[in-house]
Design a protein around this ligand. Sequence first.
Ligand code: TXA
Ligand code: MG
Length: 322
Amino acid sequence: MSKIEKFSKQVLLKAAEIIKNGGLVAFPTETVYGLGASALNARAVVRIFEVKNRPSFDPLIVHIQKREDLFRLCKAIDRRVELLIERFWPGPLTLVLFKTEIIPEVVCAGLESVAIRMPANKIALKLIEESGVPIAAPSANPFGYLSPTTAEHVREQIGDKIDFIIDGGKTEIGIESTVLDLTGEPTILRPGALPVEEIEKIIGPVKISSQVEKIKSPGQFWKHYAPKVPLKIIKNGNADFTRNKKIGLLAFKPWSDVSQFERVEVLSRNGDLAEAACNFFEALHRLEKAGLDLIYAEPVPEQGLGRAIMDRLRKAEGVKNG
Ligand code: TXA
Ligand code: MG
């Protein structure tokens, strides 16, 4: 069997065997591809950090397959948690809660909390079930780079360093989960696929952590999710499209005149934010490979999924705001 295989029952059993034996398997979730290891095996988890070149102070998300697992891995679970998981799990909501002793320190970078989610993806859920352990998995990309939304992205970026990749096609949502800290006042640490507005309908107002505050979740680093080519967000509808440079455009909606661009990627034909999120990383991967000097990105409306897209764009640009 080769290192990258399309999903089948047999492929899944092989992948689960690798996880059980302390290996690393990349697998699809509904958001992006994850790089998984047994969350209960500290040595396997250390390998995730090595492969990603991820700083050891940046904790991982633990993926579970059934709600009961939450009660084994976390404590001080209150009504807010119950309401949220009832409504949104399985799905793209990661909760940061106080952890129990079961989880090795390395998973949580020594914090007393752990990030947990139940992915809404059949392959991911079956992999966790067959492995018989919770699976620690960050996005399957080198630290700071674009997240993978296809198995091919994973193969290109880290394929030679991991044990196996399950190819489950393109991920449905295309942008990472929303990270909500519930160890105190509810605070969004990373805007993501589940809009803040939806969370507020269930538990009332939540704070959105600003990057000016102390970095609590390292996903808040300014430069993150970055393509290898410099990216600039277009301000007030215009930009200085310098001639004699190869410039690409990441457009939210179709533009009437794109003659000045070497390559154009349109996120959504009719300005649909969910469609834009789904195409976002894939479009950036393609622009990155197009031999450009610079990428201009059109801002999207900052509501619902648009908040998550703008968060990724600002981090790709690497400026200190928002
Ligand atoms: O959609 C997703 O969330 C994907 C898929 C694979 O599940 N995973 C993902 O993981 O995006 P990663 O490692 O790329 O991002 C996890 C984020 C990071 O910003 C990390 O700092 C934060 O969650 N995080 C994890 N544990 C935390 C904790 N105990 N306290 C605060 N932030 C935490
Ligand atoms: Mg990531």
